[in-house]
Design a protein. Structure first.
Length: 150
């Protein structure tokens, strides 16, 4: 599982000109799922994200996690995070999970984030053509791969 985590001052997801998720301050998580991903990956990554201390404390130091911050979260499935670009100029997505596996892992991940935060999480529509609008705050953008937990 790969995630691009962006601290945002606002974000929204639109599908067919209809806003399906919107928030102010919080985290926008782009989530890529591969066939080898399991519930262990879901649980580890969700816990890592909600506990990342990337929001400013009263002194302006990044020392506050999402679970301590009043912000929200939107999770968007993005298979292109598993693009292989080593050969040629056309990315290969062979490592990305098949839709049936990816969808169940995506839903499990959203549910785990909601459980850890104790509130509802915004999300895109799996498999849809989405427009994601955001204002990256900082900017703070972090990439996490469950296959590289160092």
């Amino acid at each position: 599982m790969r995630a691009v985590i962006q601290r945002v001052s606002r974000a929204s997801v639109t599908v067919e000109e209809k806003c399906v998720a919107a928030m102010q301050s919080g985290l926008l998580v782009l989530l890529g799922i591969e066939e080898a991903d399991s519930m262990e990956d879901v649980q580890w990554l969700a816990a890592k994200i909600v506990n990342l201390r990337i929001f400013a404390d009263e002194k302006g130091v990044m020392n506050v996690a999402l679970n301590e911050h009043s912000g929200d979260c939107i999770v968007v499935s993005q298979f292109t995070l598993h693009a292989l670009t080593k050969k040629g100029n056309r990315p290969s997505y062979i490592r990305a999970a098949r839709p049936e596996h990816a969808m169940s892992m995506y839903e499990a991940f959203v549910q785990e984030i909601e459980r850890l935060l104790g509130k509802s999480v915004g999300k895109g529509i799996f498999g849809a053509d989405m427009q994601v609008d955001l204002c990256n705050d900082g900017p703070v953008t972090i990439l996490i791969d469950t296959k590289n937990r160092e």
